[in-house]
Design a protein around this ligand. Structure first.
Ligand code: HEC
Ligand code: HEC
Length: 402
């Protein structure tokens, strides 16, 4: 365990230094072998716990998760991405920027159950944190994009209920801003272009990674340590929340109750309907439940309805409320939800059964979850604090290129 902790510490201190591809690969390999070993350990531990009731897992020195591997970042591109992230001109009517829904002080998520949306609409999903999202392989609550961040960024810019931006107009808007002309050039991206935006924003997103996390530093207090044992043992949490992100990257049905705001509020309902129609859900007009990952798997028997991607458990202290629709407001509520065996749904994952946790055990689980959160990513390093998004008249207009 201490070896693992030490190597985690070394890795996180390397986080911002740029290192060769080879060593990134090596660190991934070593982590996945760590993970395999501990998954085995945790499943032995779980079967003990199931048979014996409480506590036996404490016999194992369980340490499931390595710290996140370092990312190779191009600082000039990332700086350009930072300015774009805070610029409202990336939305169709110049009213919202990425940071309107992914707010830095809220762990780059939104502090209400459901996200805001583009002018004239309202959102029907919880805005997820962007911290550590660069490590994911599949994005969105329903897992509908599994290619790369570049595509995820395009979706956020163009989707009508997100920023509703026409990429051709965006390109011309950016070209009218001399600061962007300079910044794109400096980042080796040529003239401002859609392709350049879709490279620079992911580069900035790569800078949003957990820092100073008690768990990664091996600084769990006694209560959190007990919570860690429950997490892999009696709680069975690591069956789905595994690996450095505490996510298996898969979709499961946990029976989270529906957020009725989506059906009561016409502003939300219209975006919900339009989205489901666009995703080819035949009975979209009569839906009274978010179908989740069914939009990608389209199983005829509907058994994939209500599955959502396992989210990361890092930075939870900054990102309440929880779940794809924000229905659980606090970590205490989440733990109580699992204690009762999850919610009610005919497709619910059979691994979710009542846990009979004592009050003290519930507190321990919450303490463990809290130990996975680090410092807020705010200030100059992460935010474009200067408001310099206005235009100026082009003086030498007859010779100006753009
Ligand atoms: C109007 C609110 C809003 C705006 C503006 C917005 N987003 Fe999002 N973003 C969301 C919501 C809501 C989701 C989740 C949607 C879903 O799961 O269906 C999301 C998802 C994402 C994801 C996937 C995260 C994950 O882990 O699955 C990324 C990355 C992202 N947004 C980046 C951006 C960027 C970059 C911008 C600016 C170009 C942006 N967003 C603008 C609301 C917004
Ligand atoms: C069967 C797989 C599975 C198991 C077991 C499981 N989870 Fe989850 N967890 C999920 C999925 C899927 C979601 C997302 C559900 C949604 O968005 O509606 C989730 C969401 C969460 C969230 C909300 C995160 C956020 O940012 O919204 C927390 C916290 C959480 N789980 C903690 C736990 C704990 C603690 C346990 C053990 C007591 C546990 N989970 C067991 C699959 C699982």
């Amino acid at each position: 365990m201490s070896v693992l902790r030490q190597s985690s510490r070394r890795q996180s201190s390397m986080l911002n230094s740029s290192i060769s591809q080879g060593s990134v690969l090596k660190s991934f390999i070593s982590q996945s072998s760590i993970r395999k070993g501990s998954i085995l350990k945790s499943s032995i531990c779980q079967s003990f716990a199931r048979k014996s009731g409480v506590g036996l897992c404490a016999l194992f020195s369980v340490s499931l998760h390595a710290a996140l591997p370092p990312l190779n970042i191009d600082p000039v591109k990332a700086e350009l991405g930072k300015r774009l992230f805070f610029d409202t001109r990336l939305s169709g009517d110049d009213s919202i920027s990425c940071s309107s829904c992914h707010i830095p002080a809220n762990g780059f998520s939104y502090p209400e159950a459901l996200s805001p949306a583009y002018t004239g609409s309202d959102g029907f999903r919880n805005a997820p944190t962007l911290i550590n999202t660069a490590y994911k392989e599949v994005w969105f609550h329903d897992g509908r994009i599994g290619t790369n961040l570049n595509d995820v960024v395009r979706e956020n810019i163009t989707e009508d209920w997100l920023m509703n931006m026409d990429m051709r107009l965006m390109q011309e808007r950016l070209k009218q801003d001399p600061i962007y002309v300079e910044m794109f050039k400096a980042a080796n991206l040529g003239e401002p272009s859609n392709g350049g935006v879709r490279k620079a924003l992911p580069e900035y997103i790569k800078t949003l990674t957990s820092t100073n996390v008690p768990f990664d530093k091996g600084e769990l207090n006694l209560l959190a340590k007990q919570g860690e044992q429950l997490f892999v043992g009696k709680g069975g949490c690591s069956q789905c929340h595994s690996g450095p992100l505490f996510s298996d990257g898969k979709a499961h049905n946990t029976g989270v109750p529906e957020n009725m705001e989506i059906f009561i509020d016409p502003m939300r309902h219209q975006s919900f309907l339009a989205y489901n129609m666009f995703m080819g859900i035949q009975d979209y007009l009569t839906l009274k439940r978010d179908v989740g990952a069914h939009v990608q798997t389209h199983k005829a028997d509907g058994s994939d309805r209500g599955k959502f991607m396992t989210p990361t458990l890092r930075e939870l202290s900054q990102t309440a409320p929880y779940m794809h629709n924000g229905m659980l407001l606090t970590l205490e509520e989440v733990v109580e939800f699992y204690n009762q065996g999850g919610g009610v749904d005919s497709n619910k994952d059979p691994r979710l059964t009542p846990l009979s946790l004592t009050n003290q055990e519930k507190q321990a689980l919450v303490a463990f979850l809290q130990s996975l959160s680090g410092d807020p990513l705010v200030g100059n390093q992460y935010e474009w604090l200067e408001y310099d998004f206005g235009y100026e008249y082009t003086e030498d207009w007859s010779n100006a290129r753009n």
